[in-house]
Design a protein around this ligand. Sequence first.
Ligand SMILES: *[C@@H]1O[C@H](CO)[C@@H](O)[C@H](O)[C@H]1NC(C)=O
Ligand SMILES: *[C@@H]1O[C@H](CO)[C@@H](O)[C@H](O)[C@H]1NC(C)=O
Ligand SMILES: *[C@@H]1O[C@H](CO)[C@@H](O)[C@H](O)[C@H]1NC(C)=O
Ligand SMILES: *[C@@H]1O[C@H](CO)[C@@H](O)[C@H](O)[C@H]1NC(C)=O
Length: 280
Amino acid sequence: MKKISIRTAFHWTCFIGLSVFVAITFYTVQRDYLEMARMENISGKIIIFAATGFFDVPITSSALRKCSGSLKDSCAITSHWEHYPKARAVVFHSRDIDQNSLLTFPFVRRSEIPYVMMASESPYYAQMAEYKNYFNWTMTYRKDSDVFGPYGGLVKNNQTATVNYTSIWESKTKDVLWLVSNNIHVNNRRKEVVDKLKQLGMNIDLYGQVYNNEPADCPRYGAMEECEEKLQKPYKFTIAFENSNCKDYVTEKFWNKAGRYQMVPIVMERKIYRDLGVRV
Ligand SMILES: *[C@@H]1O[C@H](CO)[C@@H](O)[C@H](O)[C@H]1NC(C)=O
Ligand SMILES: *[C@@H]1O[C@H](CO)[C@@H](O)[C@H](O)[C@H]1NC(C)=O
Ligand SMILES: *[C@@H]1O[C@H](CO)[C@@H](O)[C@H](O)[C@H]1NC(C)=O
Ligand SMILES: *[C@@H]1O[C@H](CO)[C@@H](O)[C@H](O)[C@H]1NC(C)=O
C-alpha cells in the first residue's frame, strides 16, 4: 500500500474539515432564509415564488427594495413551499437549474400560472438547456422578453443637470483602462482585440488576473468604493467589452462603471447600444 505522508493526511483533514464547515454554514444560511421567508407577512400581496436562488443566493422580497412604494407594498417574493399554492408566478434562474432539477421540482405544476425563465447572462453562458414547452415567460435583459429586466438604463432627469466639464477634464490624467475579470476564453475574443489595440499603440492600462495584475488594494470582490473610484476615475476611457456580442446585452460594465466614474466607454458593437436608446 502506498504510504500517505503526514502532510498529505493533514491537508486532507483540513480540506474535509473545511468542506464540512462550508456545508454547515451554507445549510444554516439557507435555513435562516427559509425561516425568514416563512415568517414574512404576505397576506394580501401578489406572491412570486422563487423556485431557485440567484447563483445560489436566495431570492427574497428584498429584491424589490429599489422598486416604487406601491409595488414594494403589493408584492412579495418568497421561496417557502408553504407559499407556493398562492403564488401568481414561479421564477427560475437559468444558471441555477438543469433538466434534472426540473424533474425533481417537488410540486405539482400549476398550469394556470406562468413559469418564468430568468436569465441574466447571454445565451453563451446562461446554460439554457433545452426545456421544451416548460417555461411560459422569459425575463431577461432583452427588450423583447416578456418581462424586461435590463442591467441599467437611461432615465430623463427632471432638473437640468449642471456639469462642470472643465473640472472633469482636468481630473482625467490617464488614457484607457481595461479592468477584466478572469474569464479569458470568451466567444467574442475580447482579449485578443484589446491586446491588438494596445499593440497598435493605444495607451491601455490592463488590470486583472488575466494579466497577472490585480490591483493590490482593490480586489475584484469586496473592494471599497473609494479604492474603485481612485483607480478608475482618472481615466478618460474604459473598455467596456462584454463577454458576448448579443442583442441588448449591456451590463453593469457600461451602466455603472462608465457612468459613475465619468469615463467614455469603448464598446464592441454600436448597434446593440443604439437599440437601447443610448446616444452613440
Ligand atoms: C399582515 O398584513 C396584513 C395586511 O397588510 C395585516 O392586516 C395583518 O395584520 C398583518 N399580520 C401580521 C401578523 O402582521
Ligand atoms: C404554461 O405552459 C405549460 C406547458 O406548455 C402549459 O401547460 C400551461 O397552460 C401554461 N400556463 C400559462 C399560464 O401560460
Ligand atoms: C419628475 O416629475 C414628475 C412630475 O412632477 C414626477 O411624476 C416624476 O416622479 C419625477 N421623476 C423623477 C425621477 O424625479
Ligand atoms: C469648473 O471647474 C473649474 C476647475 O475645477 C473651476 O475653475 C471653475 O470655476 C468651475 N466652474 C464652475 C461654473 O463651477
